[in-house]
Design a binder for this molecule. Structure first.
Ligand SMILES: Nc1ncnc2c1ncn2[C@@H]1O[C@H](COP(=O)(O)OP(=O)(O)OP(=O)(O)O)[C@@H](O)[C@H]1O
Ligand SMILES: [Mg+2]
Length: 209
């Protein structure tokens, strides 16, 4: 049975789709990965469409885009045939997002250390807690200045919220890889972005793998 990682955050533009795509791309060479897009914006679906034109660089993964009443059954189906399922969810807490959180072994919540991001993240964390799911915040993009980053981490810790130790910086590599239907580990394997993603993935797999 697959591990299910759902990327969720009520705040729009927090980096959910970017994170989901990169996790899936980094895992795909060594695991049977399924990616599930439940966001009606379908950004991840477009990313995967671009990916199909990059067959030499892009490792294969299963892909579905789906919302509504068939979602729970689809998650069950994907769980049975893969090692890891990564779910990208919409910037709201609707029925589909609830189902994706309910079905997750880990909920990842990307955020910047700012009040609006934290307020929105709290709602997602509350839902994960109500569903008995493990959830972790991920700083994205993490502040470049180490003093600002520590301050952000301290504010999150004071609020009693669980944060991954690894974070992703504000790096153009994430955007350029995404625009090609790739993850940073494929488009720029020696980049700092790929090193950050690797470290984050190791932390995630140690937590649930
Ligand atoms: N660490 C990062 N470094 C550079 N750019 C980033 C980073 N994270 C996200 N971005 C950029 O920020 C924008 C928003 O990211 P993304 O679409 O993944 O957010 P989202 O949470 O999925 O948005 P939505 O809520 O609309 O679904 C994109 O242009 C993406 O390339
Ligand atoms: Mg998105």
């Amino acid at each position: 049975m697959a591990l299910v990682i759902t990327v969720a955050q009520r705040k729009g533009g927090a980096g959910k789709t970017m994170l989901a795509a990169n996790l899936a791309a980094a895992l795909a060479p060594t695991r049977r990965v399924a990616l599930l897009d439940i966001d009606p914006q379908r950004s991840l679906t477009r990313w995967h469409g671009l990916r199909k034109e990059r067959l030499r660089q892009a490792a294969a993964m299963s892909f579905s885009d789906l919302s509504g009443w068939r979602l729970a059954a689809e998650l069950d189906r994907l769980r049975r045939g893969h090692d890891v399922v990564v779910v990208d969810s919409p910037p709201q807490i609707d029925t589909d997002a609830r189902l994706a959180i309910r079905g997750a072994d880990l909920v990842l919540v990307p955020l910047q250390p700012s009040p609006p991001d934290l307020w929105a993240a709290r709602d997602t964390l509350k839902l994960a807690a109500a569903e008995g799911r493990t959830a972790r915040l991920v700083l994205n993009p993490a502040p470049t200045a180490s003093r600002l980053r520590s301050q952000g981490e301290a504010e999150i810790a004071e609020g009693g919220l669980a944060l991954l130790g690894c974070a992703l910086g504000n790096r153009a590599t994430f955007a350029t890889a995404f625009a090609q239907g790739l993850g940073v580990s494929e488009a720029a394997p020696k980049s700092r972005a790929a090193a950050e993603l690797d470290a984050l993935l190791a932390e995630v797999m140690a937590l649930i793998g």
